[in-house]
Design a protein around this ligand. Structure first.
Ligand SMILES: [Zn+2]
Length: 412
């Protein structure tokens, strides 16, 4: 975003160095004039700060072939350090290690039979992360961001009353990882970090107000407001899985009736698929059920691909129910995009089309005529990418910049 130049006597604060570093970090190669234009800081201050950043080794100057000063480009030294983005699903762990320019250095995936025991599970995550670092000669990390598949008290860095995995409640995640790796750690819920990842490198990179909706076994939303995650007063903003779908009497595990995730979550759809297989409404699902003795959302998708009308209708109905709930959020929040991720986004255009149609039908024209409804571009990488983004933005924030430099660049 281009900001106006300051016309009063400018105030040079320790934040100016962080601000200039972040302009270079977010803009790739940029010259001094570009930094002056974006920051609104005078040329002499820019020069002073850039020399400081070069001396620290954080930034380097790239000499163009004709060596003219005007064209001299600045860039961050990306391999100076590394951050890790860790993302845990119900059974799958994804780790990506990024350099300081958020380029992928290395990555790995590990599967769990169960994540119900936090001690066992975190021991394994730590082992996997250390092993990955060792394999690639990374001696230490500048920071770690982690996304977990349940409600997280962001300030405390602990899970809060996670359904189905009660042992995780209050487990001091952030402290454990900080102690183990000796670097800053931030912990958030899965959908918040997925939203951040999509905004950083996915289909909403130029947008500052959008919704990311994760549709899997559970349903949740991440709200990006003014380029930042909006967490709300208690950190549970976006918990849309328990908004009631009009006219539904399906009982939810939370005790209420008609909750969105009880109507259209992955498990709910599998139960509905079993019903229409058993009553013979769908010959395709009946045949699969006889063969496999159970059905999943993937079977519904396969049925839709080969043209089974009941499977197509199931996907359309699910998209419609989600769209009706999202329409309420669109009227309230006016996002520029709704990005749909999570396992059920694999239903593809049929699903997205039904969501889009319901949102448009139930919202005012002004809120939807430019609204983009799309599938997550980063797909399974949105989680670890967002976790990496969460921590790198934190360690280079104005508040943390000086301690990050001290911790990582001071000799001895
Ligand atoms: Zn509920």
């Amino acid at each position: 975003m281009i900001q106006p130049k300051m016309n009063q006597k400018e105030l040079i604060t320790p934040n100016t160095t962080a601000q200039i570093y972040n302009i270079i970090r977010h803009n790739g190669e940029i010259n001094r004039m570009g930094i002056t234009r974006i920051s609104g800081v005078s040329k002499s201050t820019i020069s002073l700060q850039i020399n400081k950043l070069i001396k620290l080794g954080l930034v380097e100057e790239k000499t163009p072939p004709d060596s003219s000063q005007r064209k001299l480009k600045l860039r961050i030294r990306e391999d100076l350090g590394y951050v890790a983005g860790v993302f845990l699903g119900i059974t799958k762990l994804s780790i990506i290690i990024f350099n300081l320019d958020m380029q992928i250095t290395c990555e790995r995936v590990h599967y769990f039979d169960s994540i119900s025991d936090p001690e066992q599970c975190n021991k394994e995550i730590i082992r996997q992360l250390k092993e990955l670092c060792a394999e690639h000669g990374i001696q230490r990390l500048w920071g770690i961001g982690i996304g977990f598949p349940f409600p997280v008290n962001f300030r405390e860095g602990k899970p809060d009353s996670p359904p189905n995995v009660p042992l995780w409640h209050d487990y001091p995640l952030r402290k454990i990882y900080e102690k183990e790796f000796g670097c800053p750690v931030l912990v958030d819920n899965d959908v918040n970090v997925m939203a951040l990842g999509e905004g950083y490198k996915g289909c909403t990179t130029d947008e500052s107000d959008f919704l990311f909706v994760k549709v899997g076994t559970g349903i949740g939303a991440g709200l990006i407001v003014d380029g930042k995650i909006y967490r709300g007063a208690n950190g549970c903003a976006g918990d849309i899985g328990h908004i009631a779908v009009d006219g539904s009497a399906v009982r939810c595990h939370c005790g209420n009736k008609g909750c969105l995730e009880a109507v259209t979550g992955g498990k709910a759809l599998a139960v509905r698929a079993m019903e229409i297989a058993e009553n013979g409404e769908s010959p395709y699902l009946k045949e699969v059920l006889t063969r496999k003795e159970q059905l999943t959302a993937g079977d519904i998708n396969n049925g839709a691909i080969i043209g089974d009308l009941s499977c197509i209708q199931l996907i359309k109905d699910a998209g419609n129910a989600i769209g009706e709930v999202l329409a309420k959020l669109v009227s309230f929040f006016n996002p520029s995009s709704i990005v749909v991720g999570g396992g059920l986004s694999g239903f593809g255009n049929l699903f997205i089309g039904a969501i889009r149609e319901a949102v448009i039908r139930r919202s005012l024209h002004l809120a939807t005529y430019e609204l983009n409804v799309c599938i997550s571009e980063l797909k399974e990488k949105s989680g670890p990418t967002g976790a990496g983004t969460l921590i790198i933005d934190h360690i280079f924030s104005s508040q943390e910049f000086t301690s990050t430099i001290k911790r990582n660049l001071t000799p001895g």
